[in-house]
Design a protein around this ligand. Structure first.
Ligand code: SAM
Length: 245
C-alpha cells in the first residue's frame, strides 16, 4: 500500500527525525501515553524486569536514544538507586526535558545526559555493563553502525536490550493496529502537536523496520551471542536481547 510517503536519504532522514523530536519534546511524554494508550509503560517495565539490574553500586548502563529518561529512571529505581548510567540522545530538547524530570525525581546523581549520535558513541571500548535502547533504533539511519557501537562500548558479558515497534503477529490485531497507526496517529499528531506530517513519517519508519527474526539476524551479525526476542502485545512491540561475549 502506498501512503503518499516519499523516500529520503540518510542525512535527510536524521534531519526529519530531529525536527520531529525538537518540536514534540515538551509534549513527548503525554503523546506517548495517548498514542500507545499507556502501553509503552508496561513494555518499558517488562524491559527493565528482563534487564534485572543488580542492587549494588558500580554497575553502569547506557540508555541510547534515551529521550526524556523513561527507561533510565526505571533502571535506576529497579536497582534500588544503586546503578548509574548515561542517557544519550542526539536531541538536546529531549535531553533537557529528561534532565529536568531526573531532578524532580531526585535521580540526578545517578544519571548523566549526553548529546551524541548512536552511530558514534563518545565512550571508550568496554565501558558499560548494559546497553539499552527503546523506540530509538528505527530512527537511526545506519542501524548496523549503531549495533557495532553498542558492541564496542559494552564490556564482555554485557547485555544488549532493544525495545522497538515490531511486526504484529496476530490476525485482526494487525488490521486494527494498521488503521490506528496510519489514520489515528497522524490525526492525533495534528490535533495535539499541530502537525500530522512528522507522525506519518514515524509510522512509516515502523512499517519499514525489519521483522523480529530479521532484526535478530542483524544483532547476531554485529557479534552478539544468545540473541532472542520476546513479543509484547501481540508483537506491536518486541524486546530483542543479546550478550557480548
Ligand atoms: N527511549 C525514549 C522512550 O522510549 O521514551 C525515547 C524514544 S523516542 C521515540 C526516539 C528518540 O531517539 C528521540 O529522543 C530521538 O531524538 C532519538 N534519536 C533519533 N536518532 C538518534 C540517533 N541517531 N542517535 C541517538 N538518538 C537518536
Amino acid at each position: 500500500t502506498s501512503y503518499g510517503f516519499t523516500p529520503v536519504d540518510e542525512g535527510e532522514k536524521q534531519q526529519l527525525v530531529n525536527d520531529v523530536f525538537h518540536r514534540v519534546a515538551k509534549r513527548y511524554d503525554v503523546m506517548n501515553d495517548v498514542m500507545s494508550g499507556g502501553l509503552h509503560r508496561a513494555w518499558k517495565d517488562a524491559m527493565v524486569a528482563a534487564l534485572n539490574p543488580p542492587r549494588k553500586p558500580g554497575w553502569r548502563f547506557l540508555d541510547v536514544a534515551g529521550g526524556t529518561g523513561d527507561v533510565a529512571f526505571r533502571i535506576v529505581e529497579a536497582s534500588s538507586r544503586q546503578a548509574s548510567g548515561v542517557v544519550l540522545d542526539i536531541n538536546g530538547s529531549m535531553l533537557a526535558v529528561g534532565a529536568e524530570r531526573a531532578g524532580k525525581r531526585r535521580l540526578a546523581d545517578n544519571l548523566e545526559f549526553v548529546e551524541a549520535n548512536a552511530e558514534n558513541l563518545p565512550f571508550p571500548d568496554n565501558s558499560f555493563d548494559a546497553y539499552t535502547i527503546a523506540f530509538g533504533i528505527r530512527n537511526v539511519p545506519d542501524i548496523d553502525k549503531a549495533l557495532a557501537e553498542a558492541s564496542r562500548v559494552l564490556r564482555r558479558g554485557g547485555r544488549f536490550l532493544c525495545l522497538e515497534f515490531s511486526e504484529v503477529q496476530m490476525p485482526i490485531l494487525d488490521k486494527v493496529y494498521e488503521a490506528w497507526s496510519f489514520h489515528g496517529i497522524p490525526r492525533l499528531g495534528q490535533a495535539i502537536a499541530g502537525d500530522g506530517e512528522p507522525y506519518r513519517y514515524l509510522v512509516e519508519s515502523i512499517r519499514k523496520f525489519p521483522s523480529q527474526p530479521d532484526f535478530a539476524a542483524m544483532i547476531r551479525r554485529a557479534g552478539f551471542a544468545r540473541v532472542g526476542w520476546t513479543d509484547y502485545t501481540g508483537g506491536i512491540a518486541a524486546l530483542h536481547s543479546g550478550w557480548k561475549i
